[in-house]
Design a protein around this ligand. Sequence first.
Ligand SMILES: Cc1cc2nc3c(=O)[nH]c(=O)nc-3n(C[C@H](O)[C@H](O)[C@H](O)COP(=O)(O)OP(=O)(O)OC[C@H]3O[C@@H](n4cnc5c(N)ncnc54)[C@H](O)[C@@H]3O)c2cc1C
Length: 391
Amino acid sequence: MIEERYDVAVVGAGPAGSSAAKAAARKGASVLLLEKDRDVGYPVRCGEGVRRKELEEHVAVDPKWIAASVTKFSLTGPKGKEITLDLGPKWEYLILHRRLFDYDLARFAAEAGATVRTSAYVDNVLKDNGVVTGVTYEYRGERRAVRASAVIGADGVESRVGRWAGIETAVEPRLMGCCAQVTAANVDVDPTVAAFYHGKDFAPLGYLWVFPKGERIANVGVGVSGTKDATRSAREWLDLFLRERFPDASILTEVAGGCPSANGLERYSVPGLMLVGDAGRHVNPLTGAGIPSGMTGGAIAGEIAAAMARKSTPDLALDFDARYRRKIGWRHDGYEKVRDKFYSASEERLEELFDLFLEVPPEKRTLRRVVQHALAKHPKWWKLVFKIFFN
Ligand SMILES: Cc1cc2nc3c(=O)[nH]c(=O)nc-3n(C[C@H](O)[C@H](O)[C@H](O)COP(=O)(O)OP(=O)(O)OC[C@H]3O[C@@H](n4cnc5c(N)ncnc54)[C@H](O)[C@@H]3O)c2cc1C
């Protein structure tokens, strides 16, 4: 067994892990970022959509990452009613080339001083007296152990780092979105419009999305709840939609995966270790989006990890939970309430909501205005929804 020593060991080079590694390295820590796949950023299991404003909180956006800049959302309701909303500059939505994006995030971590290793498969954590003190991994046919003052688990939705460290990471099946997505060429899409479809004819207890990636190419995906009484699988819902809407589509890539829409865990940390990104279920529980919250959690954990190394205090990891909740968790609590209300509503109630949206004249239909209009009729929700979406 080859033994190594770093201040910080990060498991997984997705957006959360690379952000954590960069933040820790920038604070002067020696960092080892371990990724099991041969290639950072591949395979891509993502719709690749992100609000520009949220991305810019972390990095300067490189134009080469952008496959499409979306300025409108089109929403289709349960009975096929459709509404198109202008997003305005504050809500510009980008469809990324995640392969390039993830790659660059790992490169930024390396430029900040982190050592990045791919084909490095982490298979356990090391513990001393209940404190996590490192990880073991397989690299180029060799067994290795890295001792670290802080370990950050950023190993995605199938995370095992948390379980090894004794953190309960299981998610109720109903809250685990089952997703299927294709990147389809030869599809008739407007490259400035992202389309969402709701209701039991498209994606029961979930939604279907069409995210343009340029002219005549799009990510078309569906996420449905993992409840036992699901009538069709996510893939079947997707195939049905593709047959009806895009009969000439050619499929370039296909992915399947889980989205933990569970609003976090009871705890994200134990002495010596923090969980970030999908590993910590840091996903927007309404939409399933996890890129921005993963990067935010990663950056917080990276800073704490550097301080753990400086002060030799493994218990500092426990600060992560409160800091994450203050920054993002409270907002996800709100999204969770909106989600539960939305998915427990009957199709008739959703239709009523669409009808309220449609009362706003077409030339005035911005996301903000239709939500304001609908909330004027349901003032109880005003404070919460406004705070979440428009602050
Ligand atoms: C179909 C689908 C569509 C989605 N669409 C969107 C979207 O449009 N917008 C959005 O914001 N989010 C979306 N998401 C969610 C988003 O993809 C995730 O939230 C995001 O990738 C989480 O980043 P992460 O860094 O936590 O994990 P990941 O990106 O999953 O990275 C984890 C990394 O850890 C590595 N790893 C795992 N185990 C080990 C190990 N034992 N040793 C070493 N390395 C390991 C993996 O190989 C991987 O590279 C979607 C998810 C799915 C499934």
